[in-house]
Design a protein around this ligand. Structure first.
Ligand code: NAI
Ligand code: MG
Length: 483
């Protein structure tokens, strides 16, 4: 017998020498870093190493950031032409590209996502959002949103930890392009790239107060949401907090967009190109550790291809490389926090107790840090919690269907409606299915593809309004967005 060939990869670690992490950070208010009063640690979830101490903004800091944003709005930003605003956005985009490696390394250290993804997805897309919106700044009257559009004024923006820099760019770029000033709060476990972005604003000589960044937890977020000096709230995060925000702003003048959870159906018809679909399933739910609001976390398989798909899927999943996010060969990095790991473990236990059959790819985890193996559950029914709730981890629930109509009924049987995937070679079926699905984004024969020109957002409990594209501009203009 021949000796089996060893296909193990040699380690290919990215160097962290390019980043300088300060022991403590303050807030970025009126163009300057202001020392914080209270602090909390941010860690590297792959090693549990404390990276830095992040400031916790209270009422005084939030008040002064909002006052700085108001002053900048009145005295500078609202007086600039779109063409001038666009120049700043182009400048920011170019600096982000120049400092791309620094952003990627910092994002991976603070978030736990593989360097391959922060380098090839998060950072290039973040820069692309600034380039795209820089182009709109002087052309707003041609966006089909009226010829004399007006910004809201001061936007309060609250973002999650799964795509820290990318979510910042989804929020800040359209706000500035349309003439608003902003106060942004990053998520508590991933503030570092937002603070590096503050340095980029200084480097681009963006007028003081146009972008303000305050760090902190949910209490800081609530102070922004409830502040009378805010004209517009943009939030991405859990549906639970989204509902709190919707209630808080309902009786006020504030305009709001919410980008919340999802439980997307990834539907594989029996005529699909199976090998390609396997790649789409893997990319759909294991990309970014499954910390993706639009993840294809419910796989709907046509009954006659179940055995073939599951067999191939397990072979493919066993090849997913789990481990050190700084290694360029890693596919699946660390779970972002201990709390999130506990939530994934809990829901997986519920999946088993409700009767789902669990299979996890074999993996060796590093000794420290937060890890979860790529996992699938078969025998899942629509009533199971793992078919209804967002797990936000590398866990796939597999359901089956016989007829195309049954696939549509099951796909739509969810309180969410953020995204969906269709795999079929048949054009008429694709068009029919995409009209039935109640989801904001529908991918066909692909999954988790993002582009700044394409609007993104949800139906039902997945949120209000759209971000990106021409539609996303309307959210930052008076009278044309979701009021
Ligand atoms: P979260 O919704 O609590 O946090 C998102 C952001 O909102 C953070 O910046 C946080 O500081 C802020 N925040 C928290 N409470 C707030 C409040 N009352 N008012 C204003 N801002 C507030 O999400 P968390 O706790 O990090 O994750 C919990 C679950 O939410 C996850 O397990 C996942 O299922 C889901 N999630 C979904 C996301 C998505 O993009 N759909 C993103 C993050 C979490
Ligand atoms: Mg962190």
């Amino acid at each position: 017998m021949e000796t089996p060939v060893n296909f193990d990869y040699a380690p290919a670690p990215e160097s962290r020498a390019i980043v300088t992490i300060k022991p403590t950070y303050g807030h970025f208010i009126a163009g300057k870093f202001v020392a914080g009063r209270k602090h909390f640690p941010t860690i590297n979830p792959a090693t549990e190493e404390v990276l830095s101490q992040i400031a916790l903004a209270g009422k005084a800091e939030v008040d002064s950031a909002i006052a700085a944003a108001r002053k900048a709005y009145i005295t500078t930003w609202s007086k600039l032409s779109g063409k001038e605003r666009g120049k700043y956005l182009f400048r920011i985009a170019r600096i982000m590209q120049e400092r791309a490696r620094e952003f990627a390394v910092l994002e991976t250290l603070d978030n736990g996502k593989p360097i391959r993804e922060s380098r090839d997805v998060d950072v290039p897309l973040a820069a692309a959002h600034f380039f795209y919106h820089a182009g709109w700044a002087d052309k707003l009257e041609f966006a089909g949103l009226g010829t004399s559009t007006k910004p809201h004024g001061v936007a309060g923006q609250i973002i999650p930890w799964n795509f820290p820099l990318l979510m910042l760019s989804w929020k800040v770029a359209p706000a500035l392009a349309t003439g608003n000033t902003v106060v942004l709060k990053p998520a508590e476990s991933t503030s570092l790239t937002a603070l590096l972005f503050a340095e980029v604003c200084q480097q681009a000589e963006l007028p003081a107060g146009v972008v303000n960044i305050v760090t902190g937890d949910g209490s800081t977020g609530a102070l922004i949401v409830n502040h009378p000096g805010i004209d517009k709230i943009a939030f991405t995060g859990s549906t639970e907090v989204g509902k709190i925000i919707a209630r808080a702003v309902a009786p006020t003048h504030k305009s709001v967009t919410l980008e919340l959870g999802g439980k997307a159906a990834n539907i594989i018809f029996d005529d699909a190109a199976i090998d390609e679909a396997i790649e789409g399933i893997v990319n759909g739910v294991f990309f970014n550790q499954g910390h993706v609001c639009c993840a294809g976390s419910r796989l709907l398989l046509q009954e006659n291809i179940v055995d073939e798909v599951l067999e191939k899927l397990k072979v493919r999943m066993a090849k997913i490389r789990v481990g050190d996010p700084m290694d360029k060969n890693t596919d699946l990095g660390a779970i972002n926090s201990k709390e999130q790991l506990l939530k994934i473990q809990d829901l997986s236990r519920v999946g088993e107790s409700e009767g789902g059959a669990r299979w996890s790819a074999p993996c060796d985890f590093p000794k420290k840090g937060f890890w979860f193996a790529p996992t699938i559950f078969t025998g899942v029914t629509q009533a199971h919690r793992i078919a209804r709730e967002e797990i936000f981890g590398p866990v796939l629930s597999v359901l089956t269907f016989r007829t195309p109509q049954e696939a549509m009924d099951k796909a739509n049987n969810t309180p969410f409606g953020l995204s969906a995937g269709i795999w079929s070679e048949k054009g008429s079926r694709i068009l029919w299915a995409s009209q039935q699905l109640r989801a904001g984004v529908i991918w066909v024969n692909t999954f988790n593809k993002f582009d700044p020109t394409s609007p993104f957002g949800g139906y039902k409990e997945s949120g209000w309004g759209r971000e990106g594209g021409r539609h996303g501009l309307s959210a930052y203009l008076k009278g044309v967005g979701h009021e």
